[in-house]
Design a protein around this ligand. Structure first.
Ligand code: ATP
Ligand code: MG
Length: 577
């Protein structure tokens, strides 16, 4: 079927939508792919629906290639299963909760681990039934705090979620690798430039979780890449090289300095220089002790102090990522009031253990290193306070904000920070949900084997935006061939019948040859038609214009902008070859 623009349900817009911050969002709205219904909630118009289906088809094919079987769960779910897994509580404000007419609690599924686990438990019983990969392409709901950027962060969005079920850790590792390779094929086929980044630090078990990130200027995720080796990690999971350990005995005895009126690190450094002019002092010689509060699930808020060099800030997201599911926040006056022993502004690590306050340091604060830090007394700091001599932290936690130029923990190479869009996530869940729902298989010896699971997501609707974001140019969208809504966009230029007739015949020939064709048969100016063709972003544009009288058409490559003249008689054969 040739899509005729004269009747296609499509009205392109000349102006940018007021709420659109990102180029992909602006263009998807202007080109008539999506329309906003409410924050983070969008309708798909015919062009957009084709894109969504095309992306979904690629995902489905690659999931089936690794043996995945497609199922479909409802989005509307009763509370009880999420009560059992505790996610009814742990998911927090992002969970859409609602009630039916009888007052029973329901939710709109953010992901479906519970349901998949229960479905498998209902059907399978023997170790011989496994391994198993199930997937669905389905609408998910999350009441995101900041729905933004159109499809990138929706409150209703389409996700492919899959789950692997195995009787052994080796089986899980194999299912994880299968997904990893399927995702590589998916994102290559979508025409996306992507990186695979560690989402949990190597220290927590290697490749237990990785994210697929599409580098993009406006991406919400930050990740770190090594210029020397292939190490790539989410900034929350990255590990950076720490300096060499030092010998505590090398440092002078610690001494207390009067440091009134030193509200910033710079003013402090200036005063330190006055006291001890024998050497250079910089912000990185000071130890800043940042007071946070943490709460384990079901527990109470407690203080946590983290020591970082004074010229660096604590990255709360990085800390939270590592302490999850424990919640982390900056300490508030109420919790500080319960600890009068802390002299805010002059906190040092020397006596924290004695006061029963948990103290961790960033690994940059290496054993044996000496610092200028608070003396736990108003208007006083202490110099040459040495880890392992004057204080001992309870442990290390990568907490500093990562900087360009930090060193790779693997090879010492230079790290750089980039932004990206998370388009997929693969995760070795292990036995968490199998434990919650007692998912066992009867083993060869008749003994029960606990099933181990993986969970894997692709942002299908988000991928539409991510591809748009990576490929668009100043004239509009610019789709990669595999997922474009059409293969060929035919533009008859003049308003006369001759060009329109030739263009219509050509469109039918393309259609017969198996191409997906859109024909601009509107009564519109050439300028309007060209602008819309560029805006819509079909990869090949065939212009039926003046050259027709010589039996030629013009073929324009949307991406490169390259134009060439091709004989009308051979253009179908050439472009469909
Ligand atoms: P994010 O960190 O971006 O909030 P997430 O880590 O919470 O995502 P997962 O639970 O891993 O997301 O979901 C799997 C995939 O679903 C993500 O990799 C992403 O591509 C997609 N996704 C998640 N949340 C959204 C959303 N609000 N809108 C669109 N796609 C989303
Ligand atoms: Mg994720």
């Amino acid at each position: 079927m040739v899509a005729r623009m004269s009747s296609l349900f499509l009205r392109t817009l000349r102006d940018d939508p007021a709420d659109a911050e990102l180029p992909s969002h602006r263009l998807l709205v202007r080109a008539g792919y999506i329309r906003r219904v409410a924050p983070g909630i969008y309708s798909w118009l015919p062009l957009g629906k084709r894109m969504l289906d095309n992306v979904g088809a690629v995902v489905r094919e690659e999931m089936e290639r690794i043996g995945g079987q497609e199922v479909l769960f409802p989005a509307l779910l009763p509370r009880e299963y999420y009560e059992t897994s505790r996610r009814w509580y742990d998911y927090g404000d992002a969970l859409f909760r609602l009630q039916d007419r009888k007052g029973s609690d329901y939710l709109l599924g953010p992901t479906h681990e519970e349901l998949f686990t229960l479905m498998v438990k209902g059907e399978y019983s023997s170790y011989r039934d496994y391994p198993l990969i199930l997937f669905q392409i389905q609408t998910k709901y999350r009441d995101e705090a900041r729905p933004r950027a159109g499809l990138l962060r929706g409150r209703e969005f389409v996700m492919k979620d899959s789950y692997s079920f195995d009787t052994s850790d080796e089986g899980l590792a194999a299912a994880y690798q299968l997904h990893r390779s399927a995702y590589e094929r998916i994102f290559r086929r979508l025409g996306l430039d992507y990186r695979i980044a560690f989402a949990t630090s190597g220290a927590m078990g290697g490749s237990a979780s990785e994210e697929f990130l599409a580098p993009a200027e406006y991406g919400e995720d930050t990740f770190v890449q090594c210029a020397n080796c292939d190490y790539t990690a989410n900034t929350e999971a990255v590990e950076i090289a720490a300096p060499e350990k030092q010998d505590p005995a090398e440092h002078p005895a610690s001494r207390v300095l009067d440091t009134p009126d030193t509200p910033t690190i710079d003013t402090l450094v200036a005063v330190i220089k006055d006291h001890m002019p024998d050497r250079e002092w910089i912000g990185a010689d000071t130890l800043k002790n940042v007071v946070l509060k943490v709460r384990a699930p079901g527990g109470d808020w407690e203080l946590l102090v983290i020591g970082v060099p004074g010229d660096r800030d604590v990255d709360l997201k990085r800390v939270s990522g590592q302490l999850e599911p424990t919640e982390v926040d900056v300490a508030d006056p109420a919790i500080l009031a319960a600890h009068p022993e802390l002299t805010v502004g002059y906190i040092g690590p020397q006596r924290l253990a004695e006061w029963g306050i948990r103290y961790l340091v960033d690994p940059i604060v290496v054993p044996g290193s000496a610092w200028v830090t608070g003396a736990n007394e108003k208007d006083k700091h202490a110099a040459y306070v040495v880890r392992g001599r004057d204080f001992e932290p309870a442990g290390e936690l990568g907490a500093v904000e990562i900087r360009n130029g930090d060193r790779c923990a693997r090879c010492g190479g230079e790290l750089s920070i980039a932004r990206g869009i998370e388009i997929g996530h693969i995760f070795q869940l292990g036995r968490k949900y199998a434990d919650v729902f007692d998912l066992d298989a009867q083993g060869p010896d008749g003994e029960p084997l606990r099933i181990t699971m993986g969970s894997y997501g692709v942002g299908v609707s988000r991928a539409v935006s991510a591809v748009a974001e990576q490929t668009l140019d100043e004239s509009g969208l610019c789709w990669p061939a595999e997922i474009a809504p059409y293969d060929v966009h035919i533009v008859p230029v003049g308003r006369g019948d001759e060009q329109l007739t030739a263009a219509t015949t050509l469109a039918e020939q393309f259609d017969a040859a198996g191409s997906r064709v859109i024909l601009d048969d509107r009564d519109a100016s050439a300028g309007e038609k060209f602008a819309d063709a560029d805006l819509i972003g079909v990869p090949t544009i065939v212009v039926v214009g003046k050259a027709l009288k010589d039996g030629n058409v013009e073929v324009k490559d949307r991406k490169s902008g390259e134009r060439r003249t091709v004989a009308l008689d051979t253009v179908v054969a050439e472009l469909t070859a």
